[in-house]
Design a protein around this ligand. Structure first.
Ligand code: PLP
Length: 436
């Protein structure tokens, strides 16, 4: 195996083998023989250890991680035990989450282990509290893979195929896509058209609003293509919910905990969800999730819902350390570096004929790849090529939606690393454009 040309820096990628290296290739072969084939791996990256925004593979290659949000510093603070019926840190974390949640209403907090579990808890609480059983979610939504969460998910049919009948009483509606518009038309009226669909189509023809327990929304669709809902859409949705006694549930599993440069993606719109779902970045990679609900909404009785491991002390310590880091500069860093990336990529729709749009906030940025800027024809093959070429240059990124590249780096990323990512993708876009 020949050593490839390397760039020596403690902050940037350093590739010492061709990819995958021999150890990675061997491990991938073993993995394919034994691990569930349902996992989706885009390329053969085999992780060994991480530090800040860099991760090493098993062959000693160092990659710039533009995917995971793990603040390794938290690892030093997770040595805590104290499993009891009550313990102080669980109360402290609940108080903290209630304090940073959007809006002024008093809150209550329930802890689980994963994003899907938070969504399950939100579904159950919404039904329990409202005594209604219908739910509205969005086309393109991803809320997780357990049966309830999957019923709200409308991202890819392969995620539902083979699992039979899901939860009944779930209705999906279009998400406000300000690039392509609702059903591919009137992009500039996306908010208005989607709200009109809800009131004039769904409420009038399919489900009476008095029977709807909750509307579940990702304020920025994650798996659906890094699509932000415009503030006026979220505000309009909140108004409709209030009018009909429907709970507004924000799934901020991907967009929350400082990633967008403020605590929550809904902050920009100033809406106050009745239930907020939180996971992923909450505990720097440790399995913890939470729902934060208005106190009067979380009125279920003892025994109505619980989880053995939800809110275990080790994950809670990780969450407390994570929140300190977020408050201590990482939210500000997400805003600063996000603005930097958006500035640096702001010319890309002019410079690159296959870039249709660059969008997002903070460190949640999507780059829409198209075959033609005029027709906006999707180009998933080109998007996938970009993802693979980035891997070969030491940059880990993932696709999102049909034809989007996502920039979702760890919040500890610095400007030099962001510049590397931007320049790498810039170069790859140019290379692909010359070849087509
Ligand atoms: N909700 C959103 C918005 C997500 O992006 C995800 C995961 O990607 C989930 C829920 C499910 O989270 P988990 O994989 O922890 O169950």
């Amino acid at each position: 195996m020949q050593a490839m040309e390397t760039k020596i820096s403690s902050k940037l990628p350093n590739l010492v083998t061709s990819l995958p290296g021999p150890k990675a290739a061997a491990l991938v072969a073993r993995d394919h023989a034994i691990v569930s084939p349902s996992y989706t791996r885009d390329y053969p990256f085999v992780a060994k250890k991480g530090s800040g925004a860099l991760v090493d593979d098993v062959d000693g290659n160092t990659f710039l991680d533009f995917v995971a949000a793990i603040q390794n510093q938290a690892a030093e603070l997770i040595h805590m035990s104290g499993t009891d019926f009550y313990y102080p840190s669980l109360v402290e974390l609940a108080e903290k989450l209630a304090a940073i949640a959007p809006g002024k209403d008093p809150k209550r907090v329930y802890f689980g282990n994963s994003g899907a579990e938070a969504v399950e808890a939100a579904i159950k609480l919404a039904k329990y509290h409202t005594k209604r059983d219908k739910i509205v979610a969005f086309h393109g939504a991803f809320h997780g893979r357990t049966m309830g969460a999957l019923s709200l998910t409308a991202s890819r049919s392969v995620q539902r195929k083979g699992f039979g009948t899901l939860l009944s009483g779930v209705f999906h509606m279009p998400y406000p896509d300000t690039y392509r518009g609702t059903y591919g038309v009137r992009a500039e009226h996306a908010s208005e058209d989607c709200l009109s669909y809800l009131v004039n189509e769904l409420f009038r023809r399919r489900v009476d609003p008095d029977e709807i327990a909750a509307i579940f929304i990702e304020p920025i669709q994650g798996e659906g293509g890094y699509l932000p809902a415009p503030p006026e859409f979220l505000q309009g949705l909140e108004k409709i919910c209030r009018k009909h006694g429907i709970l507004l549930v924000a799934d901020e599993v991907q967009s929350g905990m400082g990633r967008t440069g403020s605590w929550w993606a809904v902050d920009e719109a100033g809406v106050e969800p009745d239930i907020l779902c939180v996971a992923k970045g909450i505990a720097s990679g440790m399995p913890l999730s939470a729902i934060i609900a208005k106190a009067h909404v979380m009125n279920w009785t003892p025994g109505a819902h619980a989880s053995t491991f939800g809110g275990n002390p080790v994950c809670i310590a990780a969450a407390q350390a994570t929140i300190k880091l977020l408050e201590g500069g990482l939210i500000a860093n997400a805003r600063k570096i996000g603005d930097y990336i958006l500035r640096e990529t702001s010319t890309w729709t002019k410079k690159h004929k296959i870039v249709g749009q660059v969008r997002g906030r903070g460190l949640m940025i999507g780059i829409e790849i198209v075959r033609d800027q005029k027709t906006k024809e999707k180009a998933p093959d080109l998007r996938n090529r970009i993802v693979h070429m980035a891997f070969e240059r030491g940059l880990l990124i993932l696709g999102s939606g049909d034809t989007t590249i996502r920039f979702c780096p760890p919040l500890v990323i610095d400007e030099e690393q962001a510049a590397f990512a931007v320049q790498t993708i810039d170069g790859i876009l140019g290379e692909i454009e010359r070849s087509i």
